[in-house]
Ligand binder design. Sequence first.
Ligand code: ATP
Ligand code: MG
Length: 192
Amino acid sequence: MGGTFDPIHFGHLVAASEVAHQFGLAEVWFVPTGNPWQKHDQQVSSAEDRYLMTVIATAADARFSVSRVDVDRPGPTYTADTLKELRQSLPEPTDLYFITGADALADILTWERTDEVRELAYLIGVTRPGHVLADPGVAPGRTTLFEVPALAISSTDCRERVARGAPIDYLVPAGVASYIAKRGMYRRVTTP
Ligand code: ATP
Ligand code: MG
């Protein structure tokens, strides 16, 4: 599951958990982006902070791990590169599923090297409130749209809450809220 995770929240975690259950996945790897080219117009927290928050959020779940492939690869993050690198680190007959939100899946046709992405992994688009789960027209058989329990949480809202002094308790794991407070993150709104 790729994402900016700035910060990771319970919407990401419930999506990963539900997909793992429904598709019988042995493991879910959270892959924080390095330099998200889709968000070049926004201030994004350091890759290290986003990586550490993701580790904190997933530490207690035996199915969940965090990969540094995107954080450590210089330059913009492209999904095809991410999947290639993950594929190389896995034993040969392993099926890869790329889990992403319905909003991001709808963008998939605008990504570079979409054919490569489709060859490397099955794509699973999960619901999120406020985004219609419409078939983005990706080749059938490789793409599944999947409903997860709706949690109207976004990282943008979490950042804005911190900036105005509102709580983010129960929107993000307690350890993530503590990390944000300790590091003084998001005290000012950084998105336009
Ligand atoms: P931002 O508000 O900064 O865009 P975000 O909450 O969308 O952050 P991302 O890190 O961009 O979080 O999301 C990673 C993936 O998780 C995306 O594909 C996104 O669609 C999906 N996602 C985010 N929030 C939810 C949610 N509440 N339910 C289901 N999927 C979600
Ligand atoms: Mg988003």
